[in-house]
Design a protein around this ligand. Structure first.
Ligand SMILES: Nc1ncnc2c1ncn2[C@@H]1O[C@H](COP(=O)(O)OP(=O)(O)OP(=O)(O)O)[C@@H](O)[C@H]1O
Ligand SMILES: [Mg+2]
Length: 921
């Protein structure tokens, strides 16, 4: 029975009530030891009428069996795995060691996390579901990842996930994005009731107050104190001791209780404390091997220290477990760990055996280290990257040879990075570095360090690391050298550093075989270096070569490099194709952590080609994943693109907010393109709202921005806006200079968008009488389509010019068309401009209904896109890391918002709307 805690109980009741109405929720209950977290979880379980309940708990042990806690949680519902997609099922069962694991490609933690979500959602189909996860601070890493991943994504299943986690600075439970509830001591009144309940005599008021004051209302401390005091002391007839044993002294109390038991029983307790999963038969077998007689279990149970529940032994309180484990001598602990290992089957339980042996090891031990290494490899193959990292880390600690130790630390770092733990990965690399002697190993360490730094840290530091270390493997491993240089080159480009870019280009060309033919990145880097030097002809040729070289067989990184090349050349459909292929590959492999760096540039091309719905959906997803994995630099890119979209679609607040954050990060880390995109977004917002002077100032500043604060390629794309703002504010010279640069690029590359925009700009700059041929030329170049927003902007400007020259009928023709397009694209500010121009030319345009894209949230749009491609809910759920029921829930909302009743209608709508159409996500 809980005393006090009315507010907390109400919060739990609310979650349960919502679940009964199929609204999902999650909660992390935090607080110190004994404060009542588990008690609140028990309360939830007791109140869960009509709900199915699944429970699991983290276990305080050195061994890190991947997915042990998830396995425990799902044990009662594992038969539902037949209902989840095959790939997920294989990955999940593999993760539990129940199947072969994902063959070939190591499953990613996202795939397994998704499988967990799917199986919970599947279970919730029959009745709402309550998942209780106690002692989350001790969850094995992969379980913590998978369970928080699922908890963040439940929406419409009727699932409640409640975690409890003790505040433990050494083992914090990180659960970003989940609501929290922190428990503090219970109030004096409730404490009094609790004491009264636990003692047989009446508690004297001063005694009660002293206990409450000393324990700060911690229920466990209160009850243990009550237990340790005599009847006379409680009744106030005898004085209380000066020091009341509280908090960590509880361990001592437990040890005292244990020391009163028979030696055999004490041994049994130690075995149970050291055991990794508490399975009764395992504990008994090990105890027997240590000579413990059959009566010990009974005594342990009657002592109230140990509990046996469905063949699992557990301590009545986790503090007791750690007290007993730590209370034993090192010698004795090792002995017990060794025996625990010896009773395990070397094949079936190889991983657990390896961990117990590791705990038993007194110093470096090659055999045990090898066993852990093998366990790590199995964990990786099942997608348990965090577990692999832990096992490799421990294997390294047991390895005496410095070089092998360094290799294992580097492998551990690689696994931690894949698990989305950049800080851990860095710390492991720090340990590996001083031990590594061989060039290949040093290069591998530097490569990983550089990649992490580029995404999560300081790109200029990443550049130095990658560039310098690539030299180590020029002849030993030219492909690695090329990839490192490729990444360094990308950073040099981003920071606008021509010297670095040239240096990388030179190094790439000097690699054996003339620079690894077939390495797409080399062409892109060389091309971009030409661009910064002003040699646009060479740039065009190089980028073309990159785009042509890329094929479906290549790795995603190469495809993305080629896609970027195609994008710069204005080959929009090729760029989008290549991006989609790369994204599809990464999604299929479940490697969601690699998506942010790709979704940024992809969303940018989608924005340039007015695929706003797709761009919004992709960038939103990318940003969410970037934040989940600590990738601040890709996040700046994604925010910049979202700011551009917000500017075009008339969401000024959002535009300012996103651009502000993006700029801050971009300027600090010298991410030129990201900064330029964010500034361009702000300028577009000004231009759309009729503030050309502000727009001009921003774009002029951007055009002259130093390296790392702007970017010439983005500037080319923004030229038409720059010229428009300049012309509207009588800055002829600046306009001409900008146009010249765009014209050169247009001539050298033949990019259609560039030629069309250059013609529009010439029209803007021409004298009144000479404008027509330029605008006509622009419209002719726009005609094949592909960038409807650009086309409509030209029509608007041409219409405006015609109207000023009193050619009203001609003006109306262009303005009408522009207005129509802006309305359809949801480009509200420009639709407004077109409307007032039309009005001035003598025609009233009606405001159209809100466009489809505007009515839907980014997630709904993303789902609608997949449906329009003929995807099933199940397939969509897999691709977007959601449960099918949540997909279904959104789909019903989509239908309601758009007034549709079938998937077929939705497909038709997408086919007929070119802001939505033609996108295979
Ligand atoms: N509000 C309460 N009223 C009465 N008893 C309580 C209350 N809160 C906790 N208790 C009791 O106090 C003891 C400790 O609580 P509990 O085990 O829930 O702590 P905890 O926060 O889970 O600690 P840990 O971090 O060590 O797991 C238990 O015996 C529990 O039944
Ligand atoms: Mg607890």
């Amino acid at each position: 029975m809980l005393h006090g805690r009315e507010r907390e109980c109400a919060q739990v009741d609310q979650l349960l009530a919502a679940a009964r109405e199929r609204r999902s929720g999650a909660l992390v209950v935090r607080g110190e030891a004994g404060i009542g977290k588990s008690a609140l979880l028990d309360y939830a379980a007791a109140r869960a009428t009509g709900l199915q309940v699944l429970r699991t708990a983290g276990v305080q042990t050195e061994s890190q069996l991947p997915f042990a806690a998830v396995h425990n949680l799902l044990l009662p519902v594992l038969d539902r795995s037949d209902a989840i997609p095959e790939r997920q099922k294989t990955a999940l069962l593999g993760a539990f060691g129940l199947g072969p694991g994902a063959p070939g490609a190591p499953g990613d933690r996202f795939l397994i996390s998704l499988a967990v979500l799917s199986i919970l959602a599947e279970t919730a189909e029959t009745a709402p579901l309550l998942c209780l996860i106690d002692d989350a601070q001790w969850l094995d890493g992969p379980s913590a990842d998978a369970l928080t991943f699922a908890a963040r994504r439940v929406q419409a299943e009727g699932i409640v996930v409640v975690f409890s986690a003790r505040d433990d600075p050494a083992k914090p439970f990180v659960a970003q994005g989940l609501p929290e509830l922190t428990l503090t001591g219970i109030d004096a009144g409730s404490a009094g009731t609790l004491l009264a309940e636990r003692t047989s005599v009446e508690v004297a008021a001063p005694v009660r107050d002293r206990l409450v004051a000393d324990t700060l209302g911690n229920p466990l401390a209160l009850s243990e104190l009550a237990r340790s005091l005599s009847t006379d002391q409680i009744a106030g007839r005898a004085p209380l001791p000066d020091q009341l044993p509280v908090s960590t002294d509880l361990e001592r109390l437990y040890l005292e209780r244990a020391s009163e038991l028979a030696p055999d029983t004490q041994t049994l307790l130690l075995v149970a404390a050291a055991h990794d999963n508490g399975q009764l038969d395992g504990v008994l077998r090990a105890a027997q091997a240590l000579g413990v007689g059959p009566g010990a279990l009974g005594e342990a149970e009657t002592s109230g220290l140990l509990r046996v529940d469905s063949a699992v032994v557990s301590f009545v309180h986790p503090l007791m477990r750690s007290a007993i484990y730590r209370g034993a001598t090192t010698q004795r602990r090792r002995e017990v760990e060794r025996v625990l290992a010896s009773v395990l089957d070397p094949d079936i339980d190889a991983d657990r055996k390896a961990w117990h042996l590791a705990n038993a090891a007194a110093g470096p031990d090659a055999e045990v280290a090898d066993a852990l290494h093998a366990a790590a490899q199995r964990a990786s193959a099942r997608g348990g990257h965090a577990a692999a990292a832990a096992a490799l880390d421990r294997a390294a600690a047991l390895t005496a040879t410095p070089e092998l130790r360094a290799t294992r630390l580097a492998d551990a770092a690689g696994a931690a990075w894949l698990a989305g733990q950049p800080d851990r990965a860095r710390a492991l690399l720090d340990q590996a570095t001083p031990l590594a002697a061989a060039a290949e190993l040093r290069a591998r360490i530097a490569h990983l360090r550089g990649s992490i730094e580029a995404n999560c840290g300081t790109p200029s530091a990443a550049y130095a690391i990658l560039f310098n270390a690539s030299e180590l493997v020029t002849t030993l491993d030219p492909m690695r050298a090329a990839r490192m240089l490729g990444e360094a080159g990308q950073i040099a480009w981003t920071s606008g550093d021509l010297a670095h870019l040239s240096e990388v280009t030179r190094r790439l060309a000097e690699l054996p075989d003339g620079g690894v033919p077939g390495f797409v990145g080399a062409h892109v880097i060389t091309g971009l270096s030409g661009f910064l030097r002003g040699d646009t002809t060479d740039t065009a040729a190089r980028l073309r070569a990159a785009a042509d070289l890329a094929g479906a067989g290549q790795e995603p990184r190469a495809l993305v490099a080629a896609a970027a090349g195609a994008m710069f050349l204005g080959d929009d459909s090729r760029a989008i194709d290549l991006f989609y292929t790369a994204v599809a590959k990464i999604r299929a492999a479940g490697e969601a952590a690699s998506l942010p760096a790709i979704l940024g540039p992809l969303a940018m091309v989608e924005t340039l080609t007015s695929r706003y719905a797709a761009a919004l959906a992709d960038a939103t997803e990318g940003l969410r994943l970037a934040e989940e994995t600590g990738q601040l630099n890709p996040a700046a890119h994604l925010r910049g693109v979202l700011a551009v979209l917000a500017a075009v679609q008339g969401r000024p607040e959002e535009c300012r907010e996103k651009a502000g954050i993006a700029l801050n990060q971009a300027i600090t880390q010298r991410l030129g393109p990201h900064a330029a995109i964010a500034s361009w977004a702000r300028a577009l917002l000004d231009l759309g709202a009729g503030r050309p002077a502000q727009a001009f100032d921003r774009l002029e500043a951007l055009a002259t921005a130093g390296p790392g604060e702007g970017n010439q390629m983005v500037m080319l794309m923004a030229t038409a806006d720059h010229v428009e703002a300049a012309v509207r504010t009588q800055h002829q010279a600046a306009a001409t200079a900008a146009l010249d640069r765009l014209q050169a690029w247009a001539s050298d590359t033949g990019a259609r968008w560039a030629n069309a925009l250059a013609a529009r700009c010439r029209g803007l700059l021409a004298n009144e009488g000479d404008q027509d041929p330029h605008f006509a030329e622009a419209l002719r170049l726009h005609a094949p389509g592909g960038r409807p927003f650009d086309t409509a902007r030209t029509q608007l400007l041409y219409g405006e010019s015609l109207r000023r020259r009193r050619r009203r009928a001609d003006a109306r023709k262009y303005l009408r068309s522009a207005h129509e397009t802006f309305e359809r694209l949801g480009a509200t500010a420009w639709a407004e401009q077109a409307r007032s121009e039309l009005l001035a030319s003598g025609e009233t345009a009606r405001k159209r209904d809100v466009s489809t894209a505007e009515q839907l949230t980014p997630q709904e749009l993303q789902i609608a896109r997949f449906v329009s491609q003929g995807e099933t809910n199940r397939g969509i759920a897999t691709s977007l890391f959601l449960s099918p029921r949540t997909v279904d829930y959104h789909l019903r909302k989509i239908f309601a918002k758009l007034g549709l009743s079938s998937r077929a209608e939705l497909m038709r709508m997408f086919l007929s709307d070119d802001t939505l159409a033609g996108q295979s996500p």
